[in-house]
Design a protein around this ligand. Structure first.
Ligand SMILES: [Zn+2]
Length: 379
């Protein structure tokens, strides 16, 4: 069943739908779960957990080989830290987990054309999976999106529409256009979130069913954070793990609505003003799933922390010294870890995993600009 997050109305999952009649966003409520003993015979990746992913007929699965990303141990800031290299997914970002499940469901629903709006990575990911599925994709992006990300979307054959103004103007334009075409938004689709749960399942396996004390993620729209919470909740309910890891959300100091809501004890996230930031992927003035994001943080006894652009760039360079090349948005999470360790919230001996969400190759233009302005190799 698809259940409304606002009024709790339930809808059958066999009918295409992205929103409740009341305007609320939908969540998939399904008790189905994979069995631990079946995993040994299955290949790595998102679909080894197929029972939990809400697809009725496996013939509809749209997969480019996403998931099964490595967990790399490094001495980050001198403390043992595990990096989950989710930027190694097929389009260079973790969004592929969500796109694979969402596009599979769209195929199951016999949808032939979709609209999505994105600041870049989700648009590229959905364009790739739509291409593979033979579904026509119209991707709306802000005019300010990195040229590299825009080119990637076009290369997958999507119809690219650039919208002047803010990220919010882009979302508005996409929703207007979606009156005749199905709105397959990563910020609204319950199946996109379902795909994110696989990051939790994978981490649990990589930690031999004893999850780390902390998991850090960058947070803008919050899909990864919420997906991790849902995924670990599934594992707790199934008795596969005994403890929920604490989830730390990292936001840019230039756009921090989740931080503000968490700090003031609000139940939902209000729109905030935002300034330009190197962490463009998490520059979201008002996330759609605000209440669910706050619940994930609070139920996991997590925290929210903000980082400025200097810290983000320093961390991009610091990770480079470990052989890891990520885009600035992804570097926000380890930059947040440095802050939380300095503040004594996370201790050096705590077991910590960081989700690294987007490849540095996505942001070559920004990295070139950064080095031109600051000189290479300072860190
Ligand atoms: Zn509703």
């Amino acid at each position: 069943m698809l259940v409304c997050s606002t009024c709790a109305r339930a809808f059958s999952a066999t009918e295409p739908r992205w929103q409740c009649n009341c305007g609320g966003y939908l969540l998939l409520n399904s008790p189905a779960m994979f069995r631990r003993e079946d995993l040994a015979q299955r290949p790595g990746g998102v679909w080894r957990y197929c029972e939990a992913l809400g697809i009725q007929d496996p013939a509809n699965i749209i997969s480019l080989g996403e998931g099964a990303t490595p967990l790399l141990d490094v001495p980050f800031d001198g403390c043992f830290t595990s990096l989950k290299l989710d930027y190694l997914c097929p389009t260079g970002s973790y969004k592929d987990r969500g796109s694979s499940v969402m596009l599979s469901k769209l195929k199951e629903w016999r949808i032939t054309e979709i609209i999505e709006d994105s600041s870049g990575n989700a648009g590229a990911s959905i364009a790739a999976y739509a291409a593979f599925a033979g579904i026509r994709a119209n991707i709306y992006i802000p005019e300010s999106t990195s040229p590299g990300k825009a080119a990637q979307i076009q290369l997958y054959g999507a119809n690219l529409i650039k919208i002047p103004g803010t990220r919010e103007n882009t979302a508005q334009a996409a929703r207007q256009a979606a009156s005749d075409i199905f709105y397959a938004s990563h910020n609204w689709s319950p199946y996109f979130l379902v795909g994110m749960k696989t990051a939790a399942y994978e981490l649990a396996e990589q930690y031999f069913w004893e999850p780390p004390d902390w998991i850090l993620t960058p947070a803008g729209g919050g899909s990864l954070l919420v997906g991790l919470h849902f995924g670990f909740t599934d594992l707790l309910n199934a008795g596969f793990i005994q403890k929920m890891p604490r989830l730390a959300a990292v936001q840019s100091a230039s756009c921090d609505p989740i931080y503000r809501a968490w700090k003031t004890g609000s139940m939902d996230v209000s729109e905030t003003e935002k300034k330009p930031t190197a962490a463009e992927g998490i520059s979201v003035a008002k996330p759609v799933r605000g209440a669910t994001i706050l619940k994930a943080i609070r139920e996991s006894r997590g925290v929210v922390v903000t980082v400025n652009d200097d810290a983000v760039w320093n961390t991009v360079e610091k990770l480079g010294k470990h052989g890891v090349y990520v885009e600035p948005t992804a570097a926000a999470a380890p930059a947040g870890l440095t802050r939380l360790r300095e503040a004594g919230v996370i201790e050096c001996g705590d077991r910590v995993a960081i989700m690294l969400t987007g490849s540095g190759l996505k942001a070559t233009d920004k990295v070139v600009e950064h080095f031109a302005a600051n000189g290479a190799g300072r860190a």
